[in-house]
Design a protein around this ligand. Sequence first.
Ligand code: CA
Length: 226
Amino acid sequence: MARILLVEDEPKMQRGLRDNLEFEGHEVTVQGDGSSGLQTLLRESFDLVILDVMLPQMSGFDVVRKTREKGIRTPILMLTAKGEEIDKVLGLELGADDYVTKPFSLRELIARVNALLRRAVPADTGDTMMTLGDVTVNFASYSGSKDGKEFSMTPKEFEILKYLWQHRNGTVSRDDLLTNVWGYDESVSTRTIDNFILKIRQKIEDDFAHPKIIFTIHGTGYKLIA
Ligand code: CA
């Protein structure tokens, strides 16, 4: 299952895509214009964005550009219009990962979605080193140091920090952490997550009471600034 943001203004297309992606087992959030799409992308984390080019408020191109400017590296699949060769080139140049030309078959779209999601996995697991100021963390060997001095963390703390690092500069909700670090089955309270974050801060922050790396986003979750 993946969390997918669909930014598309045509109701029929919205419904068709959402139904089919949900049928494939994905969780789909739909926005109908470019600026709502961008805001959602900055606020929440997704595994994939499906982005129409022609959108009200803000074009798909602007959404891609601003997303990449903010350091968000979520894979983006663009929906371009038939015959608009320039759309494909521009979209990819601005940082989109792939495109599908309208009209497309749902089977083709689902295949592209699955390919991008597969591709995203090695990119993430390859993201094994975090270097930030005097803090260095190796997520492969579960080791870390601050100002040259090694510190230890539990595997769960490493996994939380790794998830925040992979989604750095974007807001990670407590639900994201629950789903991605703990999985669905276990019942973990948000208080537990906050305690883990405190433990991590005690190790990587200069002053854990005044964090400069992992910020609390009130009412939502956390953001690792890099
Ligand atoms: Ca459109």
